[in-house]
Ligand binder design. Structure first.
Ligand SMILES: Nc1ncnc2c1ncn2[C@@H]1O[C@H](COP(=O)(O)OP(=O)(O)O)[C@@H](O)[C@H]1O
Ligand SMILES: [Mg+2]
Length: 340
């Protein structure tokens, strides 16, 4: 309907669509440029760390660059990171590569002029051992810059365990939110990249709403836009304006879903049992965990009470079966149980 080649609002990482965080970008690039050994990017999940690393990777010109989605775990992993750089020209340096001869070989191959930038994601997962190797290796290698990204806990972790490494960090930046203008720019670039036109189908007011609802947090911006676009497609609406948003965002089903999640444990276990098929209270009582009630009679009485409460909530329906009744989940309960 919007003549897009693909949905622009997915969480895939497209470095060329990176916007904003300009001061932070300049900080990091200047720090790499000036030869500092470490830089650190922190931010919560969805703030744009991975996107920023992949974007910086394309900016660090004239250097050997590498992106590691996870930190190396131990010495062997670190050797693998540098193996292709340290690889001897035919005939030179015999003998295998190990963690002790690695820095010298990398230095020889890099020479005086070329630099090597390693971008490491998810650094909060790094072991103490790995970080210590990182410090040792960068101490002994010339022209090496490591740019680490991780959750904010990473910085805390370093404070308590590797103060020496933390002190050597040239640039330390935090990612959080984009500005109103950057949010618009981000949405526009995504739409145009996927074959659309400017901010269509959104109106400027709709983008204001997106900014206000998400405070410019990148992952939330994408999630909200995706939800709105899907609803528009579903209803065959070609303009997402504030009227459309108002009509779709008031979502009672969510409140109902919460109601199921907050149900007392006993009522919830009855719904679970009923998911197998309609049953009489006696059958439900038999299915419930043995030992839950003292006698069969008290069990059936309790089940009857719980079923009545669930009926009041509209979650259970009763079907007449001659002289007895069978109970089953209502349509509402069935839909909610799938989502919950
Ligand atoms: N500055 C930005 N410009 C454009 N898109 C961004 C930006 N920051 C984040 N995004 C988008 O938001 C989503 C989450 O970003 P991501 O880099 O995966 O965050 P993190 O690695 O911090 O969890 C991705 O789809 C990404 O493309
Ligand atoms: Mg990430």
């Amino acid at each position: 309907m919007f003549r897009w080649k693909e949905n622009p609002f997915t969480f895939s990482i497209i470095p060329s669509l990176f916007v904003g965080y300009e001061e932070q970008q300049r900080d990091i690039l200047a720090s790499i440029e000036s030869g500092s050994k470490f830089s650190m990017i922190t931010g919560p999940t969805g703030s744009g760390k991975t996107t920023m690393l992949r974007f910086l990777e394309t900016k660090a010109g004239g250097t050997i660059v590498k992106y590691l989605p996870k930190p190396p775990r131990n010495a062997e992993d670190w050797i693998e990171v540098f193996r292709d750089i340290a690889k001897p020209r035919v005939g030179l340096f015999g003998g295998g590569l190990n963690i002790y001869n690695l820095p010298e070989r990398v230095n020889k191959r890099l020479g005086k002029d070329s630099r090597c930038c390693i971008f490491i994601d998810e650094c909060h997962e790094a072991t103490q051992e790995s970080l210590e190797w990182m410090r040792t290796l960068t101490d002994q290698m010339n022209n090496l810059s490591i740019i680490m990204a991780g959750l904010p806990v990473f910085e805390e972790k370093m404070k308590s365990s590797l103060e020496t490494l933390l002190r050597r960090i040239g640039s330390r930046i935090a990612l959080s939110n984009l500005t109103r203008f950057e949010v618009r720019e981000m949405i526009k670039r995504r739409i145009e990249h996927h074959g659309g036109d400017d901010i269509k189908p959104f109106t400027p007011e709709a983008l204001d709403y997106v900014y206000e609802r998400t405070a410019g947090f990148p992952r939330d911006v994408i999630g909200l836009c995706n939800g709105l676009v899907l609803k528009a497609i579903e209803r065959n609406i070609s303009t997402i304006d504030t009227d459309f948003i108002e009509a779709t965002q008031s979502a009672p089903p969510k409140a109902a879903a919460d109601r199921i999640r907050e149900l007392p444990r006993k009522q919830l276990s009855i719904l679970d049992v009923l998911a197998e098929g309609d049953m009489t209270p006696k059958e439900v009582a038999q299915k419930l965990t043995a030992g839950e009630y003292k006698t069969r009679i008290t069990a059936i009485r309790a089940v009857n009470n719980l079923l009545k409460r669930l009926m009041d909530e509209g979650l259970v329906e009763r079907k007449s079966l001659g002289r007895s009744y069978k109970y089953g989940p209502s349509f509402l309960a069935k839909t909610l149980m799938v989502k919950a």
